[in-house]
Design a protein around this ligand. Structure first.
Ligand SMILES: Nc1ncnc2c1ncn2[C@@H]1O[C@H](COP(=O)(O)OP(=O)(O)OP(=O)(O)O)[C@@H](O)[C@H]1O
Length: 264
């Protein structure tokens, strides 16, 4: 860890200010900001169409925002392209799982790890000694990560053959392989049964205990409220509440957005 990082206990891992994004006539995000502290699980919630995915897509370089400023570990970053965001230190999973279906679980995690290696394409073509050593180290680390998320026994299975819950774990292992400053999980519990959700909760808890920082979009309010340190609530692209789970649950605007006449 660099001294800049070590001495930055008060600097949020991610600070986003004033993000707006319009699609044609639709204002999908209006002046949304948040700060995520190191070691937090941070929840982003809101009714359907509130702008959660758009916010994720903006911070991870999939959508160009109309306005907004971004800092990772106190350093400005421009989320202008997905690979630059990964290099800067944000890894994400997707609502619709995006694995390399015909590659093995191990290979999928190794792909994530390559973000952090040096020998590059030429090294791969020439199969230099440095490249081969790197590959062995990457494979070793990938196996550790499969173990960590609890699917080591499927290391050599094609990703497509894994159960839904295990594919989501594999996505998380691949995200961890990039050694991210922040892991962004897009509806990780979607489609999971009660047992899988419980296991997922334990895994996210463990990732936090191991010092990682997590941003989470999730529809399962129980999971969010039980797991998150802080929560931001969006509705129609606007930030309507921010605070601890207990605080936002009491917030009139949040109750209105979820239960009211908003027509969601
Ligand atoms: N690429 C796009 N082009 C046009 N409109 C879009 C695009 N992406 C999102 N939108 C619109 O922006 C609004 C916010 O959508 P977004 O997917 O961010 O909401 P969400 O909170 O993630 O919803 P959900 O919980 O249903 O996933 C919606 O009205 C949606 O139709």
């Amino acid at each position: 860890m660099s001294s800049a990082v070590a001495s930055s206990a008060q600097v949020p891992v991610l600070r986003v200010r004033g993000v707006s994004k319009r699609f044609g006539g639709l204002q999908a995000l209006s002046d949304v900001g948040l700060a995520i502290e190191r070691g937090q699980v941070y929840g982003l919630i809101g009714p359907n169409g509130a702008g959660k995915t758009t916010f994720f897509n903006v911070i991870t370089g999939l959508y160009a925002p109309d306005s907004g400023s971004f800092e990772l570990d106190g350093q400005p970053y421009r989320p202008s392209a997905v690979h630059e965001v990964a290099r800067a230190g944000i890894a994400r999973t997707f609502q619709n799982i995006r694995l390399f279906a015909d590659m093995t679980a191990l290979e999928n995690v190794m792909v994530g790890r390559h973000v952090r290696t040096g020998s590059g394409v030429l090294g791969a073509i020439l199969r230099t000694q440095v490249f081969r050593q790197e590959e062995a180290a990457i494979a070793g680390r990938a196996r550790e990560l499969l173990e960590y998320v609890g699917i080591a026994r499927y290391a050599d299975f094609r990703a497509r053959t894994l159960s839904y819950g295990d594919q989501r774990r594999l996505e998380i292992a691949r995200a961890l392989a990039t050694d991210p400053k922040l892991i962004a999980l897009d509806e990780p519990a979607a489609g999971m049964n009660a047992t899988e959700k419980l296991q997922l909760r334990e895994l996210i808890d463990r990732i936090r205990r191991d010092g990682r920082t997590i941003l989470l979009i999730e529809h399962d309010v129980k999971l969010v409220m039980g797991l998150c340190d802080r929560v931001t609530v969006l509705d129609y692209g606007k930030l309507i509440a921010q605070g601890t789970p207990a605080e936002v649950q009491r917030d009139e605007r949040v109750i209105e957005a979820y239960l009211g006449t908003g027509g969601h």
